[in-house]
Write a protein that binds this ligand. Sequence first.
Ligand SMILES: C[S@@+](CC[C@H](N)C(=O)[O-])C[C@H]1O[C@@H](n2cnc3c(N)ncnc32)[C@H](O)[C@@H]1O
Length: 210
Amino acid sequence: MVIDRIDIVGCGPGALEQVTPEALCAIDGAEVLVGAERLLDLFPNSQAERISVGADIAKALDEIAARLGKRKIAVLVTGDPGLRSLARPVIRRFGRDACRVIPGISSVQAAFASIGVDWYGARILSAHDRVPEADPAVLVHEEKLAVLAGNSESAQWLDGLAIQMGATHAIFVCENLTLSNEHVRRVDDLKIMTLASRTIILFIRKGDAL
Ligand SMILES: C[S@@+](CC[C@H](N)C(=O)[O-])C[C@H]1O[C@@H](n2cnc3c(N)ncnc32)[C@H](O)[C@@H]1O
């Protein structure tokens, strides 16, 4: 690990067993860990300085800038860095050459694995931090759709999507994947459902397998 480069480390969906050896090695060598509290908590034995990232991303980027070139920095992200993570603002601010991206197991991979369906050709949408602009009447043409959920603001949009897709697609709610409270179930709709903050909803066109 070098000090003028930032390691952006995919930490998987939550369980320590799903953190790759390469990710563990980077975290082990880091002098500064930057990430959400629950990711920092995954590595209690690290002696590194801990910078907890909340809603204020700009502040976290300034904290990284203040240490870059002086200390070995690892930015921890959930799942894979390539999917709706802190990797994007970090790379935008510091440039790709200043970053090494270490892949992780995405929660979307874990969701498809949990129901034994491959994810080739799947469309992925995020309703995690915003209400998606995608029109459910268009999405109904997808074979497989994975929605990053868990934000109450998107609940109404998800309800509408489930109503639109319910006749043609099987709906699976995948909560807290890989964790001790993992809960994966097939449902008919999403009405009045409070979802865990870590939830993937899968819509799979009904066919031979479902
Ligand atoms: C900011 S996005 C990060 C996605 C991450 N980069 C990935 O590859 O999984 C956060 C969303 O990931 C999903 N997520 C993360 N961990 C999860 C888990 N253990 N079980 C279900 N969904 C999870 C949820 O949809 C959550 O709203």
